[in-house]
Design a protein around this ligand. Structure first.
Ligand code: ADP
Length: 278
């Protein structure tokens, strides 16, 4: 009986090992599948602007002389626009793959007021052209938060850029305030950041998909810009900050995206640093 039990124990251990190996293989297969799906999507997305650029340049090259100067200009403008689209796509794909490469990003105390100011400066002209008011509502005395400044700039740029892209009139407001009272003596303080627009809104069915790569909601027919990668970049960066974005939206009324970030405490830093260094 002792021998039989020991044989059974060994068999059980082996079976456990096999189950774990099968799990690993399945996980690896899923990752590979996701990777090749991504590559196939990227190739598909790259092909469209490339095809358009080639067609317009080829037509100009072959038949340019027969075209009116106005038409020639129109063709060149389209080729230029498509080149911009291609650049945006390549930049987004590079950003995403850098974020997923496992590279370590340095965290520090981040002044959100400064980050919002810096982002809004780049969008001011665009908002003015569209007749949209950009409003900044940062709570006075907002504490610094714990994060990576450059990555958070990118989150703000993507969300504010989207808000402007999908809004034709009204306001885009950026708010930052403490959840509960901002008492620096307490450890678990959070700052909430909101980007609210009075734009097209997102259909309820589309809302769950917006953070997926290359996802574009129905409302996208209203704009040619965009790669469908902006919000997956946002999701990835916020995950690195141990948080995620949520949204509330109503078609025809507007959309609000928000996320919470940890307030910076010197004690938290020491804690995190020693954890990182381990
Ligand atoms: P894109 O480059 O197309 O903007 P994103 O990943 O940033 O890609 O967004 C995905 C889709 O979510 C957009 O194509 C759009 O349909 C929808 N979306 C994102 N932000 C907004 C917004 N503020 N208002 C309305 N729709 C939005």
């Amino acid at each position: 009986r002792i021998l039989l039990n020991s044989v059974l124990d060994t068999a059980r251990e082996n079976a456990k090992g096999i189950a774990l190996t099968i799990q690993d293989i399945t996980r690896e297969a899923e990752l590979n599948e996701a990777k090749s799906q991504f590559i196939s999507n990227v190739s598909h997305e790259l092909r469209t602007p490339l095809f358009n650029i080639k067609s317009f340049i080829e037509t100009l090259y072959e038949y340019g002389d027969a075209l009116e100067p106005e038409q020639q200009r129109e063709f060149l403008e389209t080729a230029n626009r498509e080149t911009d689209r291609l650049t945006r796509l390549v930049n987004d794909v590079l950003d995403l793959s850098r974020l997923e490469s496992g590279k370590a990003y340095a965290f520090d105390a981040v002044d959100l007021h400064q980050a919002v100011d810096q982002t809004l400066r780049t969008y001011q002209l665009n908002a003015k052209d569209k007749g949209i008011t950009l409003r900044q509502e940062i709570a006075p005395g907002l504490p610094t938060i714990w994060g990576n400044y450059d990555l958070l700039l990118q989150v703000l740029a993507n969300l504010i850029g989207n808000a402007l892209k999908f809004t034709h009139e009204g306001t885009v407001a950026i708010r930052a305030y403490c959840l509960d009272e901002c008492d620096l003596d307490e450890q678990a303080q959070m700052v909430r950041v909101e980007i609210a627009d009075t734009g097209l809104g997102i259909d309820v069915e589309d809302q769950v998909g917006v953070f997926e790569r290359f996802f574009r909601a129905e409302n996208r027919v209203h704009t040619l810009e965009g790669t469908g990668l902006g919000l997956s970049i946002v999701r990835n960066i916020l995950e690195k900050h141990g948080t995620q974005a949520s949204l509330v939206s109503e078609v025809g009324t507007g959309t609000t995206f928000w996320f919470d970030l940890k307030v910076f405490h010197p004690a938290t830093v020491i804690g995190n640093m020693s954890l990182d260094e381990l």
